[in-house]
Write a protein of this length. Sequence first.
Length: 437
Amino acid sequence: MRQLKKIMFGAAGVLLGLAALIWLLNTRDEPDLTSPATASAPDSTMVQRGAYLARAGNCMTCHTARGGASYAGGRGIVTPFGTVYTSNLTPDNATGIGSWSPAHFWRAMHNGRSKDGRLLYPAFPYTNYTQITREDSDALLAYLKSLTPVAQANQAHAIRFPYQSQAALAVWRALYFSPGTYKPDATRNAEWNRGAYLVNGLGHCSACHTARNALGATDGLNLAGGLIPIQNWYAPSLTSPHEAGVGDWREQDIVRLLKDGVSPQASVNGPMTEVVLGSTQYLNLQDLSAMAQFLKSLTVAVPPGATNTSANTSNVAVTTVPAPPAASARGAKLYEQHCAQCHGDNGKGVPNAYPALAGNRAVLMAQTSNLVQIVLNGGYAPATQGNPRPFGMPPFVLVLSDSDIAAVLTHVRSSWGNQASLVSPLEVNRIRANQAP
């Protein structure tokens, strides 16, 4: 009996120790909310700066429900753990952030904690926003408080047990989140550091371009590519020259892609169209050039003779078995019927209109989700000031079967010098059956 008591007391001590550690890790670097505000009252310059920063963070896209008032929240972000609904960022005192102080807002951005002390779900990317400066946080709040108040109560999240509890979130944060503002790299110039600050902070690029583990956490800010949960789009690696690395691009072409959505080498598609449409097309050329310089530096050199494989293909079954002759002939026929008119018999496309498929690294990636998505649902670049009437591709979801799409994609990936793995009907069916709502 005495031995049992010792074990129980020991276990209780361990649990209390773990609880104390989790509490300490979740209260690191908390601002003092009781101290009086010392910042000067916002002026028009500060508000304008905040408006620009809100564009850089693409805040309105997530915090605006379809058909709803701008920044009033209510948009559902579907995750593997349930749906998180974005909050009302308008300055309504009862349902928005009208009563928030700069310290409250800074705590949300830097520490991922709401005004009432609740821990926020990382669908709000405070794991990236923690890097922004206090000055930028204050400017953002000044802009949001200049908006017209909208009385719209926040919708309750629909997160499954046990992920909906604050205790579970506290454990997650203890494991995967550490607050800290951006520290400039002294070995780099000011422009590179500005680009890193925007890409890793407000731009929160790693939220998509970094793989997530079973608990939804990313491996830091490695930008090595990852499948976006639920959406079934693959955000390609920004470090691999075989995916979306731009180390060999001219800086002005990177700027054009971010500003217009198209460049001589590529065009954006899928979830990235929202980013260009709502955010990067509005950034000034100085910031876009800074981002381009940073992005160029990310590309990892590949030894001569290395094969064209994804840097992040743990979830992809790659096979080099050639397609059977009958399937190959079927794919060629389907390409002739549905694709050649735009992309050409030789897969070279039409400059400034339809992309070439021959040698296209988006076609050759080991991860084929994006190709299947585009054939199923169509491909559309964003309509921007620099490219107001983009060319698009129609959806074939009602025209082609799973085996048809697999055949035509396999044909594209193995023609005109392309050498990539075949696409199976099972891969197509998996994506068709799991379309994001």
